[in-house]
Design a protein around this ligand. Structure first.
Ligand code: 13P
Length: 261
């Protein structure tokens, strides 16, 4: 089954709301309408930028969508500093990353919390992009495939097949994030294929055919084509390269099959 590629720009903790408006305007101006039929494009700015991005996307009727980088597992209440699913839904967020390795590392998020956040996103109609991936030590031991499959199963625990069908998975090997050390297309395919096989085994073919599995880690316009050519890689979660409008739009165009802008 042909899955439409998704390119998600994870801005991480970069750009204030004025810079966010400028970047989204540049992306919208540079990427011609025709590409949106062949690739879904979303940007994931910091929380403080989302309202401004919403105003621009709604006002100019842009084809790209936007989302957030995290959400609370709770609905509301005494959770200082957190942002809830209902708040993000109200802002029109289409996606939210959950369980990014930087959240796992700096905020001690484990698979159990990731699972709660995936549920919170789904409950409020926001598509979770559930991130997983191995650290370098795990890869060196050669147990990375099983490690990633275990993270997948734990993150989706207790969900019904119809719910799993709505999730996006992002395989991001930790050693490839922000390092310039991109996994080879074969490395990405090995894990993405195993993740899809695990989805097939547990939830059936309708789910494994539907779920988009992205690769993330030092993705740029120079390597996106070889990555999306892999049969189980359905797009990319892009960090650094998503902050440069020329690089990001070029990457989106290539993921759509070109031609290069
Ligand atoms: O963490 C990432 C996206 O979520 C990847 O970041 P880089 O593209 O900067 O390596």
């Amino acid at each position: 089954m042909a899955r439409k590629p998704l390119i998600a720009g994870n801005w991480k903790m970069n750009l204030n709301h004025l810079e966010a408006i400028a970047l989204v305007q540049k992306i919208a101006f540079t990427l011609p309408e025709k590409y949106y039929g062949k690739v879904d494009v979303t940007v994931l700015p910091p929380f403080t930028d989302i309202r401004s991005v919403q105003t621009l996307v709604d006002g100019d009727k842009l084809n790209l969508t936007y989302g957030a980088q995290d959400l609370s597992a709770h609905e509301s209440g005494a959770y200082t500093g957190d942002v809830s699913g209902p708040m993000l839904a109200k802002l029109g967020c289409s996606f939210v990353t959950v369980g990014h390795s930087e959240r796992r590392e700096y905020h001690a998020e484990d698979d159990e919390l990731v699972n709660k956040k995936v549920r919170a996103a789904l409950k409020h109609g926001i598509t979770p992009i559930m991130c997983l991936g191995e650290k370098i030590e795990v890869r060196e031991q050669g147990t990375h495939v099983q490690h990633c499959v275990d993270q997948l199963i734990a993150g989706l625990k207790g969900l019904k097949a119809e719910q799993v069908a709505q999730v996006v998975i992002a395989y991001e090997p930790v050693w490839a994030i922000g390092t310039g050390r991109v996994a080879t297309p074969a490395d990405a395919q090995e894990v993405c294929k195993a993740l899809r096989a695990a989805l097939y085994e547990k939830y059936g073919v309708a789910v494994s055919d539907e779920v988009r599995v992205l690769y993330g880690g030092s993705v740029k316009s120079g390597n996106i084509s070889d990555l999306v050519e892999q049969s189980d890689v359905d797009g990319a979660l892009v960090g650094g390269a998503s902050l440069d409008s020329n690089e990001f739009t070029k990457l989106c165009a290539l993921a759509a099959g070109g031609p290069l802008i």
